[in-house]
Write a protein that binds this ligand. Structure first.
Ligand code: CA
Length: 369
């Protein structure tokens, strides 16, 4: 029997623009097995070093010499080793990075794309929606212009407007938010698919008021209306409104996603680089199919995790909404040769092995911190 012994695990913390201290961070791992190299990504939230620290200190020593084929066993062994750190966040981000890299290695070893290893693709052309953040700080006109710019540049299958407001406030400007939602609907026309992401900034009452307007405007979904930790409130809004209410980008385990479903949320959005990688997201896919719940994963930034997400989405039977495409900035183009490009509202997966990413290591290493 051929084994894929894990020879080394490196953590890579990157700044995408080396000359700009305010540039966003990315947290990657690079795992080697013989001549094979796999890349994975952890959540970059607050710099990304939290998950990478867990990989360095607690996960890497356990992984050396283990068989890269054993993704499910390793996932549960490592999760339960670290469970008392609290599995909600940095731990599952660390598991995500390792898991994605191991799937990349497995695919390369077999000469198959990851979606084949997961059981096959229902589609290799994945429609995407442009996720447009920062609208809290914009006027109505500025919001419309921001949407127009992405609409023209990316030709997405749908658009989501996000608020990204101050998380310590609530219902700060309901009338202003409604005015922006109306102006964006007017810009794109009656039939264009739209989503609205409150980023957790409403009370239940505020969410009901905005949600009723979104229903009238024909928005397709209303994302995270209330605080993510208020599972009961999220479920109440979901149950009382007709519009699809979504949540789950801040859920880090299969069990936490199940809590949202039990509360009444009918569309969940776990993020592959936050909640256990390909293994974690595939568990969620089964959970959602069994409960008749839409799985529309959150996507943090268009790099390694983005590719892993597309491979999982290719395998989901009920693909009800486009994939998220967040904040493009050319980051993928710099260090990853020939990444899939958004074209005519879609990303297209090909049959390159593993995740299908080729890495320019010199460019990648130049961004190391
Ligand atoms: Ca969101």
């Amino acid at each position: 029997m051929t084994r894929l012994p894990i020879d080394s695990i490196e953590t890579l913390r990157l700044r995408w623009n080396p000359s700009d201290p305010s540039s966003r961070y990315t947290a990657l791992v690079r795992i080697k097995s013989g001549d094979l190299v796999g890349y994975g990504e952890a959540s970059p939230i607050l710099g990304g070093e939290h998950s990478l620290g867990i990989v360095d200190r607690d996960i890497a020593p356990e992984l050396l010499g283990k068989d890269a084929h054993d993704t499910s066993v390793l996932y549960d062994q490592l999760l339960h080793k670290c469970v008392k750190l609290g599995p909600e966040g940095a731990v599952t981000g660390a598991l995500a990075a390792v898991d994605i890299a191991l799937w990349d290695i497995k695919g390369k070893a077999l000469g198959l794309p990851v979606y084949k290893l997961l059981g096959g693709a229902w589609r290799t052309q994945i429609p995407f929606y442009s996720s447009i953040g920062g609208n809290h700080g914009r006027t109505v006109d500025e919001t419309v212009r921001a949407v127009e710019k992405r609409l023209m540049a990316e030709k997405p299958a749908a658009i989501k407007i996000r608020w990204d407001g101050d998380r310590t406030t609530q219902d700060a400007d309901l009338a202003g938010d409604i005015a922006k939602a109306k102006a964006v609907r007017k810009l794109v026309g009656d039939d264009f698919p739209l989503g609205f992401d409150a980023n957790n900034l409403y009370s239940v009452g505020g969410a009901m008021r905005v949600g009723r307007v979104l229903e009238d405007l024909g928005y397709l979904w209303f994302e995270e209306p209330v605080q993510h930790y208020d599972i009961h409130g999220m479920g109440e809004v979901a149950q009382r409104l007709d519009i699809t209410v979504s949540a789950g980008e801040q859920s880090y385990t299969t069990q936490a996603v199940l809590d949202l479903i039990r509360a009444g949320v009918r569309m969940v959005q776990p993020d592959i680089i936050k909640m256990g990688g390909i293994t974690g997201l595939m568990k969620c896919a089964a959970l959602c199919q069994a409960h008749g719940v839409e799985l529309v994963p959150h996507q943090t930034q268009p790099i390694v995790g983005h590719m892993a997400n597309l491979h999982v989405l290719a395998t989901i039977m009920h693909f009800t909404k486009p994939a998220e495409y967040a904040d493009p900035s050319g980051r993928m183009d710099i260090a990853f040769t020939a990444p899939p490009k958004p074209k005519n509202g879609c990303f297209r997966l090909d049959d390159r092995p593993g995740l299908g990413l080729e890495v320019n290591t010199a460019e990648l290493d130049r961004r190391l911190i």
